[in-house]
Ligand binder design. Structure first.
Ligand SMILES: [Zn+2]
Length: 151
């Protein structure tokens, strides 16, 4: 079998950041890499799940709602995938910052946080998502974002 594209990136060198990992026609996959791969410090399920609910809700209610194809966690627990259609990286970067800041200001109930709306609704916590947002924003502000993984 062929090695898929995401496995060709050298994960021993990856730092937290915002990267473009795939371009398929007009669909671009952004990796929101919150944690350093193989760093021994991973997103726990409560944090991933909570941030997934909040980020997906805000980005799908934002100015580019109809261009958002997908948002969800990476199985390796180091970040999230955001797949968009027809948006350039600088616009996506602005939108990611906007959404993270909106989550930090948010003080309401968890969107989609009921038994009817979610497959594991007890495993959600707005505060856990906010803690991760703050941490990820700090990582993003530490270094220049050029969207490129070093291969
Ligand atoms: Zn859920």
């Amino acid at each position: 079998m062929k090695t898929i594209q995401s496995f060709t990136v050298d994960h021993t060198k990856l730092l937290p950041g915002l990267y473009v990992s795939r371009v398929d026609g007009d669909a671009t996959t952004f990796d929101l890499r919150c944690r350093r791969p193989n760093g021994g410090d991973y997103l726990d399920n409560l944090t991933m799940h909570s941030l997934e609910h909040l980020f997906a809700t805000f980005v799908r209610n934002g100015p580019h709602a109809e261009r958002i194809l997908y948002f969800g966690p990476m199985g390796c627990q180091t970040g999230f995938y955001l797949i968009v259609r027809g948006l350039d990286p600088e616009t996506v970067k602005k939108e990611v910052f906007r959404v993270l800041q909106e989550i930090l200001r948010y003080d309401g109930p968890m969107p989609g946080g009921s038994e009817r709306e979610c497959g594991n609704y007890r495993n959600l916590d707005v505060a856990a998502a906010k803690t991760e947002c703050r941490r990820y924003l700090n990582e993003l502000m530490k270094r220049k974002i050029d969207f490129q993984y070093e291969v």
